[in-house]
Design a protein around this ligand. Structure first.
Ligand code: C2E
Ligand code: MG
Ligand code: MG
Length: 764
């Protein structure tokens, strides 16, 4: 499993961001605080600026007034001079400060008072209306020295204009600022300026204090001179400025009051601004949207990264699991595929030699082979392999087989494919231009396999049998394998040198035999048998001496009459010969018993040696003949010469028994077998039937005549009747008669026919 890297780049970035986050927050808080202070200070600065302007305004006027006062002190108190003075003053460098003013000379300000000079300088407000700065200086006659404000002003340490007092009348509220003036270096008088409240309103309106809820102008001693909003604090009664009550008053309005305080230089006047803390913060927030953006972005990034990290982690885990599952699945699939291909390989291959096996051969598609196509199935049988298996180790046998298959592959052309069959059978499907070419290949293989194989310091020689079966007779591989097998077993084979070649005619015979065998096993077999009779004549006059019963089979299965030459040997093989034999005997005995033939005739019945070895044959025959009441001499039993050489003890026992009990025995097909003279001497056979193969050729081949003559002599010596079979021509008949042959049988006289027909025969 892959180890997780604890310091992956993603993790490092993630950690850095987590560390940066509090710093970011701190930065924002710190910055917020700074921004807030800045905002508050800005408002304070605005106030202070306003206050400065008030003072500057005052001081400007103050300078003017001071100048005026200085000039006035040197002048007589003459109206004309005063006027001149003012005129000069207004054209002075300061005149611009008192723009739009009018000048009045008022010798008597108050009716009751002594003469005073005063001048009004009207201030024209940009919002319209005139307000007057009232400049006046008091005449020496007015005793103001006793006035508190006067003393306060005179005794103040500086020359700046100071507040002498607020005056609140019903119709005219104002504040008075005073400026002492000197005569001969001594404070001798005071010049005052009245500032009416609307003037202050007008003044403050020039500044943008919209973000301040209220502005308070406070006197020395915390008396409220002015409020920008009429809260009732300024006006009729001068109230003491009480922060707490002001704060509570605003709190009651759901306000979070912040008091910004500014002092004038001379500390007579203070100015306070009431701001809304929340509003400042809100403004700040609005203006600091950027920070929040950063803040949100930071959080967003962090959350995003967190999510990404988690999803990457989860994906990694999922991938890991998936990979594991995938790997397991892949391995499993590979394992199965391998197993399947192995299974498939061994399903179609021989594990020892690696050659294709019988399944592969049987599943190989064989298209119907055209006439001109020469394809062959070559079968190779390792004859002595079973024997070798009993003496050689299994591994050696396997090596031997491998060596064999190597040779097989080496010797075969590319067009041939090799297979291993069951046991020690091998097959080749070969394409060749002719049967000869295939036989040549088969011979070549035979020679190769016969060569000695050196194995584990042992010389081993294989014995092989090779069969060649042409494809043209079949496209069914199962059938082809059967045919090949029959080639081997010698049933349908002819041999060319060492090679067995499939023989089609033999095969057809074999097939016919098989069909006969099946038909014979049918229950109706014996009932389908019947007998024909062939006369045996006296050669001299062609009169009938007897007749041979010859069986025929009218098979319902095979549709037609079947000759005994085709089915007798088969009946001997499958045992039906016993039933058949009894049928023939019973029929023949029946004819004799019924006296259907003249009493001097005999009936020859062919008997298989297998019937003789059936236990109790003689007794059963005896029972039959005695029951039928026939003359045993009229019944002749023919046994073939080949069966007389049979070494079976029971056979000879029966032969003797039969002769002892008076039955006549004939040796059929005499001359073809190996009759021992000893037997012929010891066993008293009644008749010798010379095989037709000697008879047929006597006119051409003198040796055959000699054989017949010697058989005749032999027969005469042993008192045997001699019959010549297969007489087909008059010439042979005459020849046989001339040599003294007493009895003859053959188509010349009659073919095997029904009894009725035979009885009607006119042969002489
Ligand atoms: P076989 O016993 O030697 O019978 C004589 C055969 O020669 C008969 O053939 C007969 O038809 C044939 N034959 C007779 N004269 C001539 C001739 O001039 N020219 C030629 N070409 N053939 C001639 P078939 O009937 O076909 O019988 C053949 C063989 O079958 C018999 O030879 C006999 O060995 C056997 N067979 C016939 N019937 C029986 C039977 O009932 N039991 C047994 N065990 N064998 C029988
Ligand atoms: Mg016969
Ligand atoms: Mg015969």
């Amino acid at each position: 499993m892959k180890k997780r890297n604890p310091l992956s780049p993603t993790r490092i970035i993630f950690l850095i961001l987590i560390l940066l986050l509090p710093l970011g927050i701190l930065f924002l808080i710190r910055n917020d605080h700074k921004e807030y202070e800045k905002a508050v200070n800005l408002k304070g600065d605005k106030l202070s600026h306003a206050l400065d302007l008030i003072e500057i305004s005052f001081s400007v006027h103050n300078q003017l007034i001071s100048t005026v006062a200085k000039l006035a002190s040197n002048l007589d108190r003459e109206q004309q001079i005063h006027e001149d003075f003012l005129e000069k003053a207004f054209v002075s460098s300061h005149s611009e400060l008192v723009y739009g003013m009018g000048i009045w000379y008022r010798p008597y300000l108050f009716q009751s008072d002594s003469k005073r000079f005063s001048s009004y300088i009207s201030y024209s407000s940009p919002k319209g209306g005139n307000y007057a700065f009232n400049y006046y200086w008091n005449s020496p006659e007015y005793d103001y020295h006793t006035q508190e404000w006067y003393l306060k002003t005179i005794n103040s340490g500086h020359n700046d204009m100071v507040l002498t007092g607020p005056y609140f009348d019903t119709d005219y509220n104002y504040i008075t600022l005073g400026q002492p003036f000197y005569r001969d270096g001594i404070k001798t008088g005071i010049i005052t300026i009245d500032i009416i409240l609307p003037m202050l309103n007008d003044f403050f309106s020039q500044f943008d204090f919209s973000d301040l809820e209220n502005i308070y102008l406070i006197t020395d001693g915390d008396k409220i001179l002015y409020t920008s909003k009429n809260t009732g604090d300024a006006g009729q009664s001068v109230k003491k400025f009480n922060r707490d009550s002001i704060v509570n008053q605003y709190r009651a309005l759901k306000f979070s009051p912040l008091i910004i305080e500014k002092e004038t230089q001379n500390s007579f006047i203070k100015i306070y601004g009431i701001a809304d803390k929340n509003k400042i913060i809100k403004d700040l927030i609005r203006s600091r949207g950027y920070y929040y953006g950063v803040y949100i972005l930071l959080w967003g990034m962090m959350l995003g990264l967190l999510r990404y990290n988690l999803s990457v982690k989860r994906k990694k885990m999922e991938n890991q699991i998936l990979n594991q599952e995938n790997t397991t699945l892949k391995n499993e699939i590979q394992r199965r595929k391998k197993a399947e291909s192995q299974l498939h390989f061994f399903a179609y291959h021989d594990p020892v030699t690696g050659l294709l096996n019988l399944n592969a051969l049987l599943e190989s598609e064989i298209q119907p082979v055209p006439e001109e196509d020469k394809r062959f199935l070559i079968q190779i049988w390792l004859d002595n392999m079973k024997e070798l298996s009993t003496i050689l180790d299994r591994n050696i046998i396997d090596t031997l087989l491998q060596e064999f298959s190597d040779r097989l592959i080496r010797q075969c052309p590319e067009t041939a494919s090799q297979y291993r069959g069951n046991g020690f059978n091998f097959y080749i499907i070969s394409r060749a231009s002719s049967e000869e070419e295939t036989l040549y290949l088969a011979e070549k293989l035979y020679d190769e396999f016969r060569k000695t194989i050196r194995l584990h310091s042992r010389n081993v020689r294989l014995r092989v049998r090779i069969g060649v079966t042409p494809f043209k007779d079949s496209t069914d591989l199962n059938q082809l394998l059967n045919m090949s097998q029959s080639t081997f077993s010698g049933i349908n084979q002819k041999q060319i040198n060492h090679i067995y070649l499939y023989d089609t005619i033999l095969q057809q015979k074999r097939s016919f035999q098989l069909a006969l065998d099946a038909a014979m096993s049918h229950s109706s077999f014996v009932s389908e048998l019947f007998l024909l009779y062939q006369p045996i004549v006296n050669t001299e006059d062609k009169s009938i001496a007897g007749m041979e019963a010859l069986v025929r089979w009218n098979s319902s299965q095979m549709e037609g009459i079947i000759s005994p030459a085709d089915f007798i040997s088969l009946a001997e093989e499958n045992g039906y010969i016993i039933d058949l034999g009894w049928f023939v005997l019973e029929e023949s005995i029946g004819i004799l018993a019924a006296k259907k033939i003249p009493e001097d005739w005999f009936i020859s019945v062919n008997v298989s040696p297998l019937q003789f070895i059936e236990s109790g044959f003689t007794d059963k025959l005896d029972t039959l003949t005695s029951l039928a009441g026939i003359n045993k001499k009229q019944l002749k039993l023919e046994i073939t010469e080949s069966s007389t050489s049979s070494g079976v003890r029971f056979f000879w026992q029966t032969v003797n028994e039969l002769i002892e009990r008076g039955y006549r025995l004939a040796i059929d097909d005499f001359g073809t077998g190996e009759s021992s003279f000893h037997r012929l001497h010891t066993i008293p056979f009644d008749t010798l039937k010379i095989d037709q193969s000697f008879v047929k050729g006597i006119s051409q081949d003198s040796s055959n005549l000699e054989i017949i003559q010697s058989i005749l002599r032999l027969g005469n010596t042993m008192n045997n009747i001699v019959i010549a079979e297969g007489v087909e021509t008059e010439e042979i008949h005459n020849l046989l008669r001339s040599i003294g042959m007493k009895h003859t049988q053959g188509y010349l006289y009659s073919k095997p026919i029904a009894l009725e027909d035979l009885l009607k025969l006119k042969l002489h």
